[in-house]
Design a protein around this ligand. Structure first.
Ligand SMILES: Cc1cc2nc3c(=O)[nH]c(=O)nc-3n(C[C@H](O)[C@H](O)[C@H](O)COP(=O)(O)O)c2cc1C
Ligand code: SF4
Length: 457
């Protein structure tokens, strides 16, 4: 399919963002067409073979964990923590209830991969969770699904029913001694409920506010019991690993960054959508798959891992490969893999204002630096953007960000502070020019009226 055909398909299918056939060696999106999500379709794509393999061959839980470690699968939810290592933290000998939880809250701006996965390939997530439950000795699991995608939640419920009826879930799975009950739960759309401990609180029916860590969920998780939480895409990677081996998965990516990753490419590109490519693919190749920067425009900057990842200018991104280590070395984070592309028409002050507003809005309000600081950041950026900036504002922004970062209960505080610092670091002249313009026009103020709070920040 050429770029024009892909564009036509995007326009025709609207929200269906992954059927463009422009993935590279896909493992998770392979063979999907938007209609073939049912159990029989999944089985035709080798679905549930990995589960059958471990149960029929008598693979031990330790062997499953060793294979996942060997694969260098890293958590796809944001932090990129090694999955096999996380699974080994589960105290399997703990005598009471243990839980497995899938994080399908997906609220990070720019990220839209997990919803496609659940909608168009739900059984791959179910199979991944069953294998994880086997490896960690848990017999109850939950998939916590973002509240604003209710149709996807209903689709997942249907898939669960199919899996139960076929003997893949429930008691004595496929005639073995292994039991696993899996349930779906939906949130109500709060971004903070994607943070793993806020998610657990919400699952327990409480207000979704993060807990202090330690203790970590591996020792004190859902209802105070040992719990392992992974992202939807992380679980979806597991069946392929078990079928093909840890080494084969590792070989698909690059050392320490095994397998493929789904990138949600959005912003100023011709063909926004989800693209599954091997970790280590050059950024320029990913951009090319997404149709390149909008016609006639130049690449200015990229947020490579969702809105909380620091922005990087074009010249740095053009040298990067898309994997956890390369992006970290360049000064940002691969995060959830949401690649937000900005062309030369973008005003960085305005972009930062939007980001800051989001974090102010989503702060749960538990800790003072985040609750007060996120509002403060937004007010100062708003003041600069509306032509009322002061020469001291950039130092003020840096100081407020410094007083948030690393001083809060959860990483939302860091997520609010990091974009501010990165924007100013890489695009300082744009901020300074706006502030200077404001100083020159003090006699005749320009721009939209500034709010009372913005003036007094
Ligand atoms: C504010 C905030 C929001 C988050 N949102 C999500 C989310 O929507 N989905 C997700 O998988 N992880 C999210 N995370 C990361 C989770 O806390 C957790 O690290 C992740 O689910 C672990 O899964 P993984 O090891 O498979 O990546 C968020 C973290 C923070 C601080
Ligand atoms: S950092 Fe922000 S979102 Fe996280 S617990 Fe504190 S107030 Fe809540």
């Amino acid at each position: 399919m050429n770029a024009a055909q892909v564009l036509a398909q995007f326009q025709a299918t609207g929200v269906q963002t992954c059927f463009h056939g422009r993935h590279i060696n896909p493992q998770i999106y392979a063979g999907l067409d938007g209609t073939n999500w049912r159990l029989k379709d999944y089985e035709a794509r080798d679905g549930y073979k990995a589960l059958r393999k471990i149960l029929s061959e008598g693979t031990t839980p330790d062997q499953v964990i060793a294979t996942v470690k060997e694969s260098a699968l890293r958590g796809r939810g944001g932090a990129g923590f090694p999955t096999g290592l996380k699974w080994s933290f589960m105290p399997r000998q703990f005598p009471g209830q243990k839980y497995l939880v899938c994080n399908s809250d997906e609220g990070e701006p720019g990220t839209c991969k997990d919803r496609d996965l659940l909608q168009f390939n739900p059984h791959i997530v179910i199979e991944g969770m069953i294998i994880a439950a086997y490896a960690m000795g848990t017999d109850v699991g939950y998939n916590y699904i973002h509240g604003e995608i209710f149709q996807t939640y209903q689709r997942f419920e249907e898939a669960l029913e199919e899996a139960r009826a076929a003997g893949y879930l429930g008691d004595k799975i496929l005639g073995s001694e292994f039991n696993f009950q899996l349930h779906a739960a939906h949130g109500f759309g709060a971004y903070i409920c994607g943070e793993e401990t806020a998610l657990l609180e919400s699952l327990e029916g409480k207000k979704g506010q993060p807990r202090f860590k330690p203790p970590f969920p591996a020792s004190f998780g859902l209802y105070g019991k040992p719990t392992t939480i992974n992202n939807t895409e992380t679980f979806a990677a597991v069946p392929w690993i078990i079928r093909n081996g840890g080494q084969a998965y590792l070989a698909c990516g690059k050392p320490n960054n095994g397998g493929t990753k789904i990138y949600s490419v959005s912003g100023d590109v011709e063909l926004p959508g989800n693209y599954e490519v091997p970790l280590g693919t050059p950024f320029t190749k990913l951009l090319e798959l997404a149709g390149g920067v909008r016609k006639g425009r130049q690449l200015k900057a990229v947020i490579p891992g969702g809105s909380s990842a620091p922005v990087l200018p074009a010249q740095i991104m053009n040298e990067c490969t898309m994997d956890y280590d390369s992006i970290a070395k360049a000064g940002s984070m691969l995060g959830s893999g949401a690649v937000i592309v900005m062309d030369d028409t973008r005003c960085m002050v305005e972009s930062l204002k939007r980001l800051s507003y989001f974090y102010m809005h989503e702060s749960c309000g538990q800790c003072t630096p985040c609750r007060e600081g996120t509002g403060w950041l937004w007010r100062v950026v708003d003041r600069i953007h509306t032509g009322h900036g002061k020469p001291s504002d950039l130092a003020l922004l840096d100081s407020v960000a410094d007083n948030i970062q690393g001083r809060t209960i959860c990483a939302l505080g860091d997520a609010a502070a990091m974009p501010v610092r990165a924007m100013i670091k890489h695009f300082r002249p744009e901020f300074e020019a706006m502030i200077q313009k404001a100083a020159q026009s003090t006699a005749q103020p320009q721009g939209a009226p500034v709010s009372t709070e913005a003036r007094s920040a």
